[in-house]
Write a protein that binds this ligand. Structure first.
Ligand SMILES: NC(=O)c1ccc[n+]([C@@H]2O[C@H](COP(=O)([O-])OP(=O)(O)OC[C@H]3O[C@@H](n4cnc5c(N)ncnc54)[C@H](OP(=O)(O)O)[C@@H]3O)[C@@H](O)[C@H]2O)c1
Length: 342
């Protein structure tokens, strides 16, 4: 497994071990999860180092699970090794989709660029064109490269929603957890708090990987939780785990000022993935739900923040969202004006 020490990998190794797979857990650091049994082999391997993956594969493997594949280069790398890989499961992203006007994740910051997808989005929804420039175009390039080689290498591509769980490097839940820990009594949510960005818990992705491993095929499937709560619902669920109550001020439409009211889930229109194909093709039944899985994630976040600031604990989160994520001064200034307006 490539990328085994990441959030999905840790859970996927466990799921495959439970099914009796003999697992080699690869990552650049070569680390391991403390829940893995001693039979899981961990290896230090940079898949971008010339020849490293080929030599680690040796005579070959029945299954390659790849968490960190992007673009045509990685598609080419895997297809060149097709003779030594029985089948593969590769993590892609729900960010690939576009709506009927070609709007998607790449256009959402433009005026009128927010996608208006069908609810839910089936795998047959059009995607961005393949390319090397953005995350979405590179994922499509990866997908198309791998699907074209379906005759020699069966690959299940999982288009994951907003991944959540322990060991997440960009944990969206931090938005609400940190505010609660900081004693924030009020929160502001744009778009009426109704934004929905379909989450998927790491153990549900792991379950899809486990099932796809049992039924090799050349296909793309969405990867989502059994439900896609609203951002207001997510805030309330975090409060419930922490035993807090936060007053929510909702604003119709976009953030009223700067990033006030903007969360990692915020979008004007729902992003919900259709899970019918995964159910039908793989017999997918989610192993957990958003609220059920949340306590484990929240506890992990709380302990990660115990002796460090958020940007130090989650540098990838800082890079992705910037300091504006916790700009309480801007939030308070806006709330003060909001209160004065009555
Ligand atoms: N986060 C989301 O909401 C989201 C949504 C949709 C799709 N996805 C997809 O999910 C995948 C990421 O999975 P994740 O969130 O489980 O990852 P993650 O937590 O960021 O972990 C990445 C894993 O890959 C390893 N790794 C990174 N570069 C490597 C390399 N060059 N060679 C070998 N191993 C490498 C890392 O360990 P080392 O650092 O030690 O190498 C680690 O084990 C990506 O394909 C992403 O596009 C994520």
């Amino acid at each position: 497994m490539l990328g085994a020490t990441g959030q999905i990998g840790r859970a996927a190794v466990r799921a495959l071990r439970e099914d009796g797979w003999d697992v080699t857990a690869a990552s650049r650091g070569g680390g391991r999860d403390r829940t893995w049994d001693a039979d899981v082999r961990s290896v230090a391997l940079d898949r971008d180092e010339e020849g490293a993956l080929a030599s680690a594969l040796g005579d070959g493997c029945d299954l390659l699970v790849d968490m960190v594949a992007y673009g045509g280069t990685h598609a080419g790398q895997l297809t060149a090794l097709a003779g030594r890989i029985g089948s593969a499961v590769v993590v892609s992203s729900g960010a690939v989709y576009v709506d009927e006007h070609g709007r998607g994740f790449d256009t959402q910051d433009r005026p009128d660029g927010a996608p208006r997808y069908p609810v839910p989005i089936p795998e047959t929804q059009p995607t961005v064109a393949p390319g090397g420039t953005t995350y979405a175009t590179r994922k499509v390039e990866l997908e198309q490269g791998l699907l074209a080689a379906g005759g020699t290498l069966p690959v299940t591509l999982l288009r994951a929603g907003a991944v959540h769980g322990p060991y997440c490097r960009t944990p969206r839940e931090l938005y609400f957890v940190k505010r609660a820990l900081d004693g924030r009594g009020r929160r502001v949510l744009a778009y009426g708090g109704t934004s929905r960005f379909h989450p998927v818990h790491v153990s549900n992705v792991a379950e899809l990987i486990r099932l796809a491993a049992l039924r090799p095929g050349s296909r793309v499937l969405n990867a989502g939780d059994p439900e896609a709560p609203t951002v207001a619902g997510i805030g309330a669920a975090v409060d419930a785990v922490l035993g807090r109550e936060t007053e929510t001020v909702t604003v119709d439409g976009p953030p009223p000022e700067g990033h006030v009211g903007e969360t990692p889930w915020s979008a004007p229109n729902p992003i919900v993935y259709d899970m019918t194909a995964a159910e039908q093709e793989l017999g997918y039944r989610p192993v957990t739900g958003y609220a059920d899985s949340l306590p484990g994630t929240v506890q992990w976040l709380v302990s990660a923040l115990r002796d460090r600031g958020w940007a130090e604990a989650f540098p990838a989160m800082r890079r992705a969202y910037g300091e504006a994520l916790f700009d309480y001064a801007a939030e308070d200034a806006w709330l003060e004006r909001y209160d004065r307006r009555g």
